[in-house]
Unconditional design. Structure first.
Length: 165
């Protein structure tokens, strides 16, 4: 699965704003996989099909109901990034973790709906960088430095592409 995470992470890092439906689908897949493995404790043979179904449903939803899809993408990205930050900082907050994820999700949805282009660029670059870095299993400082460098590169690349549009 590492290859797919690096591939989709790279696509989101560089083109997240342009492939909004893919961004939502990848986030739906990640959320579905996390739900299946960590919450439902589903076996591997069930986790992957469930995650694929949720990812495909999220992508279709984003295309059909774009404004709602934008909110969904912000919700998923905010939650994904908040959970990733809690894990990266090794915070053991028990049930408070989910409260932080809900707050991060709501903040992500609000930002994406309010200022779509730049929020989409920033969120997709952050999620793409996170997907790439988590597959490498680097020490914390190295992972953080690479994450910041990749996210900055993604924001710059997408920002330049947006100026050309």
């Amino acid at each position: 699965m590492s290859f797919l995470e690096v591939f989709f992470g790279t696509v989101l890092l560089a083109y997240g704003r342009k492939v909004f439906w893919l961004f939502v689908g990848v986030l739906g897949f990640s959320a579905g996989l996390s739900l299946a493995e960590n919450t439902l404790h589903a076996p591997a043979w069930l986790s992957l099909p469930l995650a694929i179904a949720i990812g495909l449903a999220a992508a279709v939803f984003a295309v059909v109901l774009q404004k709602t899809g934008i909110g969904l993408a912000g919700l998923l990205a905010g939650g994904y990034l908040t959970l990733g930050l809690v894990r990266a900082l090794n915070l053991n907050l028990g049930n408070l973790t989910w409260l932080l994820v809900v707050i991060g999700s709501i903040l992500g949805a609000f930002l994406l709906l309010a200022i779509f282009d730049w929020t989409m660029i920033i969120l997709s670059a952050l999620v793409g960088a996170g997907m790439i870095v988590q597959t490498l299993h680097l020490p914390t400082i190295g992972a953080f430095a690479l994450f910041v460098a990749l996210a900055a590169a993604g924001i710059i690349i997408q920002g330049k592409m947006m100026q050309k549009d």
